[in-house]
Design a binder for this molecule. Sequence first.
Ligand code: 3PG
Length: 210
Amino acid sequence: MQTLTALQVMQDAPVIPVIVLDQVQDAVPLARALVAGGIRMLEITLRTPQALACIEAIAREVPQAVPGAGTVRNRADVQAAQRAGARFLVSPGYTHALGQAAHATGLPLLPGVATGSEIMAALDDGYTALKFFPALASGGTALLKAWNGPFAEVRFCPTGGISPQNAPDFLALPNVACVGGSWLTPTEAITRQNWDGITRLATQAAQLRS
Ligand code: 3PG
């Protein structure tokens, strides 16, 4: 299976969905619904007991999808995500230990950053494609514009408070490769198994940059 770079993960589509799944049975139809809308990179957050089983199910049964693990916070999370079949990792913050653990797996990591010091720590460890989290609460597009001076080589995936309404403002910035958001996979749509509705949201998200 092809090993991806973090930049490839970010550049596949304008949006990486941030997914919370409570039931394993929803994982495969949800992944198929997103893929049908043109969204293949899927961040399954490790926030529910079923998250790893959901990654496993998608890796096994939806070959067009690229499941990744989100909310990866430490070495144990990294290793569990890799065992489940995650193809990329996303973290809400950054530590050197996390960076080393991810390097050891060969999986791409999108480390979460919100300050210049965190960006510098990630750069020191070789990470140049970063998640900006929580984007809106931390300064939004104004902070990204400011970072493009001292950190011009960094590409960001702003996440946290992004919506279809404000996503175009972020995507227009030269240092933004994609955005992340939970709006493609509303809890209510998953509960009602409204897969067509999720495909529609994915289709709109896939066209955000055009
Ligand atoms: C998260 O970690 O929950 C993501 O940042 C999603 O944020 P959102 O719900 O504001 O899109």
